[in-house]
Design a protein around this ligand. Structure first.
Ligand code: ATP
Ligand code: HSE
Length: 365
């Protein structure tokens, strides 16, 4: 039989979550991508099952596992397949990855890897899952919706998790190790039970307007901060004063960023936060302190770069769980970025910066 090769690609954008007051609620898709080029023979004439081959270039290439049973993207794909009773990857699957999203910097690298995995599973299984169901699978792995929703649907997006009944809550709270077991590649078909499928309709979202005049300047320190660590330092309870502070600003921000022209006076204040940034600034200092570097300049950057010192600036926040700083602006990008770089440099921190556009969601073609 002649082999016919199926090829397709998956492109998933970087994201910035929170945008100040919208902790675990809002996300923004940005013009850096994780891209997968996938191919496999449709009617393989090979007598035995040939395991997947992964090659990887770009950000994270020196640390990402190339074993399909350990790599986050392919493990998520296998999770989706096995929830649909498809127990293995197609034979002779080839996946070439190129990644522009730096790891552990607050630019949604893990959310992109998870969405790429969900889309890969959907394609390999010919499942044709609707967006809502793709999101359910992603939310079983990355349990806050802001990055994955923006990575999947694109733009400036707000999302919430549905309150689940008791049975669904139990199904959705299984440990990640059960959702994503590292399937042993040499155990043949006998891999035990299928993993728990997500309850239906976990995540819900809406896309806000976005003024086309606004770009995002990402100021990216050259060190990683894992999201898990950056969540551990957050309190479990907040004062009513701090909650109201954030709710007031978030309500204004979601509309203000869609207005033309955007109002810096309104937005700068609306991007302030009391739920996560104050705690994480301390964490970033600790991470650097313990790695014997000098204390960084995050508070100085956020307080000394303002719309009056840098016309065109709209607001500054921590991107996701950090350590990247995100400045939203309508111009003066280079001065904003270079002045932030100098402040960090005085503290011994090297940064890279990029001016990014707000882009659409994931594309399979
Ligand atoms: N393309 C990828 N392929 C495989 N694993 C990845 C990929 N991208 C990220 N990861 C995994 O995710 C980890 C980073 O996830 P983490 O949630 O800590 O940070 P982040 O997603 O970059 O930041 P944030 O969630 O704050 O936006 C990496 O160390 C790596 O283990
Ligand atoms: N909302 C999440 C995003 C992580 O990227 C957090 O801030 O922990």
């Amino acid at each position: 039989m002649t082999d016919t090769t199926r090829t397709f690609s998956i492109r998933v954008p970087a994201t910035s979550a929170n945008i100040g007051p919208g902790f675990d609620v809002v996300g923004l898709s940005l013009s850096l991508s994780l891209t997968l080029h996938v191919s496999y023979p449709l009617n393989s004439s090979s007598p035995s099952h040939v395991p997947p081959s992964i090659t990887y270039t770009g950000e994270g290439a020196d640390e990402v596992p190339l074993d399909a049973y350990k790599n986050l993207t392919t493990r998520v794909a296998l999770y989706v397949l096995r929830c649909h009773s498809i127990r293995s990857f197609p034979s002779q699957l080839i996946i070439q990855v190129n990644n522009e999203i730096p790891f552990g910097r607050g630019l949604g690298s893990s959310g992109a890897a998870v969405i790429a995995g969900v889309l890969l599973g959907d394609q390999l299984g010919n499942l044709h899952l609707p967006t809502e169901r793709l999101l359910d699978f992603a939310l079983m792995v990355e349990r806050h919706p802001d990055n994955v929703t923006a990575a999947l649907v694109g733009g400036f997006v707000g999302s919430y998790l549905k309150e689940l009944d008791e049975a669904d809550a139990a199904a959705a709270s299984v440990p990640l190790s059960e959702v994503l077991p590292e399937y042993p590649p040499d155990a043949g078909e006998d891999w035990g039970l299928n993993p728990p499928a997500p309850p239906l309709g976990i995540g819900h979202f809406v896309r806000f307007g976005w003024s086309e005049s606004i770009k995002a300047v990402a100021i990216i320190p050259r060190f990683e901060l894992s999201t898990a660590k950056a969540r551990e330092v957050l309190p479990t309870e907040y004062s009513r004063k701090d909650l109201v502070f954030n709710l007031q600003r978030l309500a204004v921000l979601t509309t203000a960023l869609g207005q033309n022209p955007p109002d810096p006076g309104l937005i700068y204040e609306a991007m302030k936060d009391r739920i996560h940034q104050p705690y994480r600034k301390t964490l970033a200092c600790l991470v650097l302190f313990f790695s014997m570097q000098i204390i960084p300049g995050l508070p100085e950057v956020t307080s000394s770069i303002t719309p009056s010192t840098h016309p065109g600036l709209l607001g500054i926040c921590l991107s996701g769980a950090g350590p990247t700083i995100l400045a939203l602006a309508t111009g003066n990008y280079e001065a904003i970025a270079e002045d932030a770089r100098n402040i960090f440099k005085e503290k011994g921190i090297e940064v890279d910066w990029k001016v990014l556009d707000i882009v659409g969601g994931s594309v399979v073609q």
